[in-house]
Design a binder for this molecule. Sequence first.
Ligand code: AGP
Length: 604
Amino acid sequence: MCGIIGFTGNIQAKNIIIDGLERLEYRGYDSAGLALLNNGRINVMKKTGKVADLRKLCENAELSGTCGIGHTRWATHGGVTDVNAHPHRCGQVVLIHNGIIENYKQIISEYGLADKLMSETDSEVVAALLDTLYDGDPIKAIKKTVNVLSGAFALCIMFQDIPGKIFSIRNVSPMVATSCEKGSIIASDLTALIEFSKDYFVVPEYHILTLSKEGIDIIDMKGNEVKPEILSVNWDIASAQKGGYPFFMLKEIYEQPDAIRNTVTPRVSQGLPDFTEDGIDDSIFTDCERICVVACGTAMHAGMVGKHLIESRLRVPVQVEIASEFRYKNPIMDSKTLTIVLSQSGETIDTLEALKLAKSMGSKVLSIVNVKGSTIARESDYVLYTHAGPEIAVASTKAYTVQIAAMYLIAARMGLVRKLIDEKSTKKFIINLINASNIIEETLKSANNIKRVANHIKLAPDAFYIGRGLDYTMSLEAALKLKEISYVHAEAYAAGELKHGTIALIAENVPVIAFATQEDVYGKVISNIREVKARGAYVVLVSMDEKVDDVAICDQHIRIPKLDSEFTTFATSVILQLIAYYTSEAKGLDVDKPRNLAKSVTVE
Ligand code: AGP
């Protein structure tokens, strides 16, 4: 998503816009720009890079004017280039856009706009269309334009021949607005508004706003004047930047229910998994004899959940490969292998090169990616986009759970089209998957109990996660999360494997978090817990059951909702994420930007 802001008032607009963009930068930060309308002229300054780079660019530029718009981009259509940065200008019109115009290609051909376009973006198409339809009446032109658009948009528009005014309209993409003695302000969210006023209103969808230094007029599409409901905010500027959370990671952990809903529900029709809108051909599921999952880090751990599901439900062999290893192992692969690539950023170089290798060996590639138009997505034969929204914290949380959800959808679709699972069972599976959001919401209620675990771990030099089956897979992700943001050394172990060596490391008070959510091996894990307890470990049991004897042998119990064993992953994910988060926070570390790490590893 992107950040947008508009201001018109009695004071110079440039710094107001740039300051506002800095507060909106968490929404997207690959390029930034602004436009100022002054004495019948529009000045546009924009470039790739951070808002700080834009500020430097504008430092010595002649950019006076009390009316302007600004944008910080999170690229969806078109790469990260200066020309693709916003604002986009065409003839009399300059605008900024947050959202995705689904029919932009159709608009280009229908209105013959190709010659007007300089960028690869859908947003510039809106500017060109608006300019084409503009005959001096802005409201009429805006109405005609939005009647053509399909998709999500939040638009702020200026017309060169209409001084001092900003027009705005939205559909789905968020915008809030307010006016004060300095002027009128509109932005993607409160972070850019609250320094002006604690009172604001949510811009109603499909209403046209006209901002002037006197105030904000709102009309509906029939031309009726509308008075908005005024709300008030009690955030301070700093916390509002993260939606009121102390760190982006915590915000993103709490965004998981919506992220999963946004990823799953568009792929369910009549209760069954459906990839029609994604253009994914069923033949990739029916024609393959085996599957190779390739990814890095957390994305790979999500792929391992998919392995468990597909092998246990469909008996199709799945190998999971670390991308950086896969590239150099001369893998056994052919056209009968379906390669599934997972990547939040869609730019991880090891994963990208592994993808290219798989393709060169005849394998069809389906990628699960969170960033639209990213390189991995473009190189793939098919893409199943996750809709988690931008993930800013380096530690991946919501991207992980939506990747898992995507693997559940693939397992369900594959079982259906290979006629291995009937519709009735598939519908039940999908109902459980849709319930994942509720599972996460329910588990988030244990946050305080989980904090107690972190207080114990933060002092430990080492920590162990153990589990069997899916719980072992979750242990791998738990150990990575803890290491990467709290710097506590952690290891994941198959619970049954401990006694073959590692148990030598278990001593008094060494924390062992045992995931025991898989009914078929629950008793075995309890035995393993007794083994480590007998050697002084501090044991945290994560399970569905409240079996008193089992809980009694542990130092702490985190209960998860009663679920089908296949679906405990969503609850366990939240628990492992919160343990890592609270440990890092307790140690006073920068949870969002841990040392040595980058959000997207684009180097080998
Ligand atoms: C996740 O917490 C890590 N930051 C890291 O392992 C990440 O999952 C990995 O680098 C893969 O990134 P990608 O999903 O963007 O390809």
